[in-house]
Write a protein that binds this ligand. Structure first.
Ligand SMILES: Cc1cc2nc3c(=O)[nH]c(=O)nc-3n(C[C@H](O)[C@H](O)[C@H](O)COP(=O)(O)OP(=O)(O)OC[C@H]3O[C@@H](n4cnc5c(N)ncnc54)[C@H](O)[C@@H]3O)c2cc1C
Length: 380
């Protein structure tokens, strides 16, 4: 019998799931409160990496994420993974020493990394202006994802194989696998499926609260409680210039800034490491794009000819321990939830392994550490 799957949320996770479930023959409906890829997945640095990720099992999950993107990129029509490599530069001896240590640790874990001389950095990034450059590191397998293209392409591919996408449907309650959603004109509609997959990012916690089920992600704005202490719930700023030929060939990271080519032909910036951690009510948040452009112009003088074209405020999807949740919500196996930081890196691997678990009952070993049992008990 064909499995009937309802996916809530058409971000990078929901669209990847829709494509994977459809490929495996399930009857998929995907609904979203807004449009495809419009929430956190539209305001992300989208760097595909397992660079400095801790603990080891999370690092392994991210390596599998990168490898799944490499596999997905070899399929016809997949033009969203830009595997440019990532160059991190050092501009003083302390930074150089830190890079040395980091590269050694990565190599010891089997992650591809290479220490670079200043001359080699200049060969790789000939437009870089860094008079105090002491060297750098190259992570050749890393890259960035054009999330808008990935989300729409996967959704279109799923729809071409029979999936249904219904935008502007806000889920207002869930009871087992019965989901009630309200459209923008106030009309209520009920969806029934064999399995509901919640991939609603920062919305999943609220959806489950309608059934009285706690879900261990941080509040999506301002500060929240993390490991018992107050912490930022992960607001980050991403800004993009208009089109420019600044000669930036890789993801480039330097103290206080990360930059990369953007889908519009401009350059996308994030503050360290991928978007910083801000409070929404901190007014300094709005000074970030100008500061980033100023820093970037020091490194790439051609950026003096261009201005910021787009600023996005992204709100990370953060489980309480900052990692990943991929697990059944209930003992009857009618509702499954995926909520994660690093969701762009992890999307392709999570889609494959969650589809396998839901359809065939095999839980991928990489998911073992990322169940709900590590938090306080959650049951439907
Ligand atoms: C500043 C910043 C930088 C980042 N940098 C990186 C990076 O470099 N690399 C990386 O891998 N990750 C990065 N991330 C994290 C990554 O972007 C996220 O983990 C990922 O986008 C989450 O995708 P998602 O599909 O789970 O959530 P979302 O993209 O938020 O999608 C959830 C969808 O659910 C819908 N929804 C919500 N509530 C409801 C409801 N009640 N009913 C119906 N639909 C609903 C929303 O409309 C939305 O479309 C970054 C995040 C930020 C904020």
């Amino acid at each position: 019998m064909k499995h009937k799957i309802l996916i809530v949320g058409a971000g990078i996770i929901g669209c990847s799931l829709a494509d994977e479930f459809t490929r495996r023959g399930a009857a998929v409906t995907i609904i979203d409160a807004a449009e495809v890829g419009a929430a956190t997945s539209a305001a992300t640095f989208a760097w595909i990496n397992s660079n400095n990720k801790k603990p080891l099992e999370y690092s392994t999950l991210n390596v599998l994420g990168l490898q799944a993107h490499e596999r997905a990129a070899s399929r016809p029509g997949a033009r969203w993974f830009h595997q440019t490599g990532n160059v991190q530069i050092a501009q003083n001896d302390k930074e150089q020493q830190a890079l040395h240590t980091k590269v050694e640790q990565h190599l010891a874990n089997g992650y591809e990394a290479k220490l670079l001389s200043a001359e080699r950095v200049r060969e790789l990034e000939p437009s870089l202006n860094s008079p105090h450059l002491t060297g750098g590191a190259l992570y050749p397998k890393e890259g960035w994802i054009d999330t808008a293209t990935m989300c729409t392409s996967l959704l279109n591919r799923a729809m071409a194989s029979g999936a249904t996408f219904v935008p502007y449907q806000t889920v207002t309650s869930i009871q087992q696998s019965n989901v009630t959603a309200t459209s923008s004109d106030g009309e209520q509609r009920t969806y029934e499926a064999d399995v509901v997959i919640l991939a609603a990012g920062n919305g999943t916690r609220r959806i489950l609260s309608t059934a009285g089920i706690p879900f261990p992600t941080l509040e999506p704005s301002g500060t929240g409680t993390r490991n018992g202490s107050t912490a930022s719930a992960g607001v980050g700023i991403i800004s993009t210039t208009g089109p420019v030929d600044a000669g930036i060939r890789h993801i480039v990271r330097a103290e206080g800034i990360a930059l990369r080519p953007a889908r519009n032909g401009g350059i996308t910036f994030a503050d360290h490491p991928t978007g910083g951690q801000w409070d929404l009510d901190d007014p300094r948040i709005w000074t970030v794009p100008a500061l980033l452009l100023e820093r970037a112009r020091e490194l790439y003088p051609a950026l003096r000819n261009v201005s910021t074209e787009n600023v996005s405020v992204g709100i990370r999807v953060l489980p309480e321990d900052g990692l990943t949740i991929a697990d059944w919500i209930d003992h009857n196996h009618s509702v499954y939830a995926v909520a994660t930081h690093s969701g762009v890196t992890l999307s392709a691997h999570l889609a494959e392994s969650v589809a396998e678990e839901v359809l065939n009952g095999h839980r991928h070993e990489s998911l073992e550490p990322f169940g709900l049992s590590r938090f306080a008990a959650t049951s439907m």
